[in-house]
Ligand binder design. Structure first.
Ligand SMILES: [Ca+2]
Length: 373
């Protein structure tokens, strides 16, 4: 009798677990997109791809947490709000405002690093424009500001902490901007570290030159102290660095599959006006990285990556030094500092990835999202 009762309860537990498993499979992985958001450059493209995947039941975006990087925080928030509204997701996917300034990198220090020979392509992101002081200083997205979607009252750091605690071992952080928000969340609540399922970064230039400086990739250069702090945490981590994004180029033919899609959508119209459209108009042979977008493909199916190495990755955090923000990959852990072994993506199946990219960016808008839960 006792055994039978146990068997019955075990059977019903298994049935419940199977149902929960099905629900999880239908909903897909739970993610927070931590981003230096922009309208329809790589972060905005990633946001549109994520919402389309959510509409297909393959991903659950718990929220978008914005950080300064490409743009100052308030500009990024405005662009994220309009992005969600444009997609028809403004009432379902919250936008949370995070850190406005890096932990330890300011304009005077950046100028000193450049003077000391940091070099690079000159892309300084937010630092190239004055910080907006009021709504009047914000630059309007091509199809206007959001009118129905407002920033969430909770800050990004609290949202990250609360969401990870509410869904232990289930949250993937898609970290596609400077790592200030995530560093602040871990500093504030270190107990979340073992509860994070994984972090997938677009960041770093592990065995190739940097972009913003000769040594450093933009996201990790913007806030090197935050990057170093987060990378050293004992969390499963995947790095999608310039090493691979340099090898996955958007060319004019692929650009036109989206920009000239028929029928056009609210997304393809805005895509057709982004900064790269002017480059393609001037030079048909122009190509561009589409950095952050690789991260979501890897999350969906790691076999989009065709070469992944395991390395111990660290970031140099030396304000004023031309090496500040440089990422370093070690085959064996160096002595004296505890580094984490992580997956470093080196090559992608480009054709398969670009088909996904085009498909998700040309799907109908607004999307029909499945019921919450
Ligand atoms: Ca980004």
């Amino acid at each position: 009798m006792k055994r039978r009762a146990w068997l019955l309860s075990a059977a019903s537990a298994a049935a419940l677990a199977a149902c929960a498993g099905v629900r999880r499979a239908q909903g897909g992985p739970k993610v927070i997109i931590d981003s230096d958001y922009n309208t329809m450059s790589d972060d905005g493209q990633l946001g549109a791809m994520a919402v389309q995947l959510q509409a297909q039941g393959r991903l659950q975006v718990m929220g978008i947490t914005v950080v300064s990087g490409n743009k100052w925080l308030q500009q990024g928030v405005a662009e994220a709000l309009m992005s969600m509204e444009r997609l028809g997701a403004g009432d379902r996917i919250g936008v949370y405002a995070g850190a406005n300034l890096p932990l330890n990198h300011d304009y005077v220090t950046i100028q000193a690093e450049l003077k000391a020979g940091a070099g690079g392509d000159g892309y300084l992101g937010a630092w190239k424009t004055p910080e907006p002081r009021s709504a009047a200083d914000l630059v309007r997205p091509p199809d206007g500001f959001a009118t129905r979607t407002q920033v969430q009252p909770t800050g990004a750091v609290d949202f990250i902490v609360q969401t990870i605690k509410a869904h232990p071992h289930e949250i993937t952080l898609l970290a596609v901007g400077p790592l200030t928000n995530i560093a602040l969340a871990i500093r504030q609540s270190p107990e979340i570290v073992p509860l994070i399922q994984q972090i997938i970064y677009m960041g770093g230039a592990v065995h190739v030159p940097g972009n913003t400086t000769k040594a450093a990739e933009f996201n990790w250069w913007f806030d090197p102290e935050a990057a170093q702090f987060v990378l050293r945490q004992p969390i499963p981590q995947v790095v999608v660095p310039l090493d691979v994004t340099n090898t996955v180029q958007l060319n004019k033919a692929t650009f036109e599959r989206i920009a000239l899609a028929s029928p056009p959508t609210a997304v393809t119209r805005v895509y057709a006006q982004e900064w790269f459209s002017r480059r393609f108009a001037r030079d048909p042979n122009y190509t561009s990285n589409i950095w952050d977008t690789l991260v979501i493909a890897y999350l969906l199916d790691p076999s989009y990556a065709t070469q992944v190495d395991e390395e111990y990755v660290d970031v140099i955090a030396k304000p004023g030094d031309p090496q500040n923000g440089r990422s370093v990959g070690y085959a064996q852990p160096p002595e004296g500092v505890k580094l984490q072994k992580m997956k470093v993506v080196k090559r992608f199946d480009n054709a398969r990835f670009l088909d996904l990219y085009v498909d998700l960016l040309t799907r109908p808008v607004p999307v029909a999202l499945p019921p919450a839960g």
